[in-house]
Design a protein around this ligand. Structure first.
Ligand code: ZN
Ligand code: ZN
Length: 256
């Protein structure tokens, strides 16, 4: 699997894009900074999108993508848990802001088709096997394990303390995890369901205790005002624990 980081932040600016990643050019993980990162030709190659939860910074580019690919003759499959699917259908893709992407250009061949997935049940998406696992966040949210051949990636989406509870359900080689705030914001992170460097390391300790190994770790979803702190604190924690953590940069391509 080849992972392309499209957006690695939770805020948008000239220099930052919201959370989105692309696997092998065809499968998107969240759609925050999707269209801003891709050429029109690349947008037309996207065949499926997995959404972790309903928050705007993860779903907003469904609209510009829909407009860009609507005359492409291809239906893009969206995979999401029930809560996410309900909100996407009723708020974002209800046809009031943009054309009705769930029914046009034709009901049989719409721009987007929403597929609801259950927790802890494997499903096929393109050539991959995927599975949603519930993660603690401010709204119902899922992390997704994506497998191809013998490689497994786990994408946390947005999650907070307690993410370690799901380690028994997954066994990834690569963990693409959120870290939103610096360590000074632990109380806020706990209140709204996000991770800090220290909370990530705590969760990684538990991962190793359960599985006997540490996955390759890539960090994303940084809150820009806290990015310098996050990078520095992750480095300090790597020195203390020996656990290497890579911080995702937009446009970076990572072979898994
Ligand atoms: Zn969120
Ligand atoms: Zn977010």
């Amino acid at each position: 699997m080849r992972l392309r980081v499209l957006g690695a932040h939770n805020l948008e600016s000239r220099d930052t894009r919201m959370e989105s990643h692309l696997i092998d050019g065809v499968l998107a993980l969240d759609a925050g900074g999707l269209t801003r990162a891709l050429t029109f030709d690349e947008q037309k190659q996207v065949r499926a999108i997995i959404l972790s939860h309903r928050h705007f910074d993860h779903v907003k580019d469904l609209l510009p993508l829909g407009i860009a690919v609507r005359n492409n003759g291809v239906t893009v499959d969206i995979y999401a848990i029930q809560d996410t699917a309900d909100f996407i259908k009723s708020k974002l893709l209800d046809g009031s802001l943009f054309p009705d992407f769930l029914r046009s250009p034709s009901p049989d061949n719409p721009v987007f088709r929403i597929n609801v997935v259950g927790f802890k049940k494997e499903f096929k998406v393109l050539d991959y096997t995927a599975m949603a696992v519930p993660v603690p966040h401010a709204v119902p949210a899922a992390g997704f394990q994506i497998s191809s051949g013998d490689k497994k990636l786990f994408y946390t989406g947005d999650t907070g303390r307690g993410v370690a509870d799901i380690w028994p359900d997954i066994s990834p080689d690569v963990l693409l995890s959120e870290v939103t705030f610096g360590n000074a914001m632990e109380e806020t992170a706990d209140r709204v369901g996000h991770l800090t460097p220290a909370l990530l390391m705590e969760a990684l300790d538990k991962f190793k205790a359960h599985h006997g190994y540490t996955p390759r770790v890539i960090v994303s979803h940084m809150n820009p005002p806290w990015e310098d702190d996050i990078r520095r604190e992750l480095k300090e924690l790597t020195r203390e624990t020996g656990i290497e953590v890579q911080v995702a940069d937009a446009d970076e391509v990572i072979d898994l």
